[in-house]
Design a protein around this ligand. Structure first.
Ligand SMILES: [Cu+2]
Length: 237
C-alpha cells in the first residue's frame, strides 16, 4: 500500500515562483521514495484455525486465525508502518476519501483500514445475519452498535491512534482502524512490503506496529537520487 500526500496540484515552475504561488516548494520537484519490507525472525507459529460454533450456515465451521500472517519467506502481512517524524510543513491527511470496513463471510474486510484524523469510516454488513461493531479506543469515542444486514454505520475518528474493533457475536472477528495524523501511513501486503513516495529528501524515524508482535522503531534516509530501501525485522514471541 502506498501512502500519498494530499497536496493541491502545483504547476512545475521555478522554485521561487512555486513558493510564491503555492505557498511552499513543490514536493514533486524534490520527491524521494522509501520502499520497505517487514520480516519476522524467530519461531513463527503455524497459522491455526478457530472452530465456529454459531451461525455455521453462513460463517462455515472454522476460520483461519488472522492475527499473524507470515509468508513462506517470513514476510509479515498487516503490519502498520508510519513516519514518526513527518517532513516539516507536511499536509494534513485528506479527509474526503471514503474508507469502508465491511463484514463479509463473518470476517472484517479489510482487517486494517487507515483513516485520517477527523475522517469517517463507513462500517458495512454484507452478510445475511446480524453483526456488531464494538470499538475500544483510548482517545476516540467508544461505541458498541448492532448492525443488521445492509445498514451502513458511519463513524468519525477525531484523534490519531490504532483502534481495535470486534464483533461481539462472533468472537474471531477483529479489525483495526488506524487513525492517521498525516499522510505517511501504510499497511504491509502479503509480501510484507510497503512504500512511501513524494517524500522530501531527509532522515526519518519510523514506527512499525503489529497486533501480535508489538511496535519497533526504524530509521531511513531518503534522497532524490534513488529509492531508499529498508528492511524491518520483528521478533515472533
Ligand atoms: Cu459478527
Amino acid at each position: 500500500m502506498t501512502a500519498t500526500p494530499n497536496r493541491k496540484p502545483c504547476p512545475r515552475l521555478l522554485p521561487w515562483l512555486s513558493l510564491l504561488l503555492c505557498g511552499s516548494l513543490p514536493l514533486h520537484g524534490l520527491a524521494g521514495e522509501l520502499r520497505g519490507k517487514v520480516v519476522v525472525s524467530g519461531s513463527v507459529p503455524a497459522q491455526g484455525k478457530v472452530p465456529v460454533t454459531i451461525d455455521q450456515y453462513l460463517c462455515g465451521h472454522e476460520k483461519p486465525v488472522d492475527d499473524l500472517v507470515v509468508s513462506a519467506n517470513r514476510e509479515l502481512r498487516n503490519a502498520v508502518v508510519w513516519i514518526e517524524t513527518p517532513p516539516p510543513g507536511a499536509p494534513l491527511a485528506p479527509r474526503t476519501e471514503k474508507v469502508e470496513l465491511d463484514q463479509k463471510g463473518c470476517t472484517f474486510l479489510p482487517r486494517i483500514v487507515i483513516v485520517p484524523a477527523g475522517g469517517t469510516v463507513e462500517f458495512l454488513n454484507s452478510d445475511r445475519l446480524l453483526h456488531n461493531i464494538h470499538a475500544t479506543p483510548k482517545r476516540n469515542v467508544s461505541f458498541n452498535r448492532t448492525q443488521p444486514m445492509g445498514r451502513t454505520i458511519p463513524v468519525t475518528f477525531a484523534e490519531p491512534e490504532i483502534v481495535r474493533i470486534n464483533c461481539d457475536l462472533h468472537a474471531w472477528m477483529t479489525a483495526w482502524v488506524v487513525v492517521a495524523a498525516h499522510p505517511w501511513y501504510a499497511v504491509t501486503g502479503a509480501d510484507g512490503r510497503f512504500a512511501f513516495d513524494k517524500l522530501p529528501p531527509g532522515s526519518y524515524k519510523l514506527q512499525i506496529w503489529h497486533e501480535r508482535l508489538g511496535t519497533v522503531p526504524a530509521s531511513a534516509t531518503v534522497s532524490d537520487q534513488q529509492a531508499a530501501q529498508l528492511t524491518v525485522e520483528m521478533k515472533a514471541r
